[in-house]
Ligand binder design. Sequence first.
Ligand code: C5J
Length: 233
Amino acid sequence: MQIGPAHIEAEPYDFAFRPEAAALLIIDMQRDFLEPGGFGAALGNDVSQLRRTIAPNQRLLAAWRAAGLTVIHTREGHRPDLGDLPPGKHARGGGPVRIGDAGPMGRILVRGEPGHDIIPELAPLPGEVVIDKPGKGAFFATDLAHILRNRGITQLVVTGVTTEVCVNTTVREANDRGFDCLVLADCCGSYFPDFHAAGLAMIKAQGGIFGWVTGSDSVLAAMAAASPLKGAA
Ligand code: C5J
């Protein structure tokens, strides 16, 4: 389905949405971060702060798929041999359990383990791009930029977890590479509500220094208004 240009109400100003040049980029909605029995929960984090993003992401993903637009999922994790895990990242955290150790859903943040999977509610469909990333940013040590260029993508609608870490890092990387990022507040989450708010505030500050912020309802409304099927029935 082709959708025409649309203006989406956003902060700090409207986002000129070009669906054919936009990808939905869903960051790290993985079982170990979001599920009550996962690694994040085992560390004492309140996963409900992340789980509130599932329903709005599902609605957005359904609309995006129905419109035939590009969907990209990411997963943070490492090779089973941990060859791509910097020693500093391995050592950091101070807790008793580290990346690669046995966790509640298999080895923590290791590719192929159950906890590394994307939650079933947002499972990728065949044909959707899945980027496995060893860092916080989705561009670091991945082929994401190459894939986006090949598809003519210049705009990213960004959702996922966590707002202040992997979402923020990815948006900053994307901005420096010339991609315009629209970040959806209700579709992003952090274990720490203050960090979520600060993460969004930093993106839209100073005239949109890294991008734009809005809610998924604004995007859904713009997609519906731009649909060629509108009023056809
Ligand atoms: C992500 C993290 N995905 N907080 N990772 O944000 O370590």
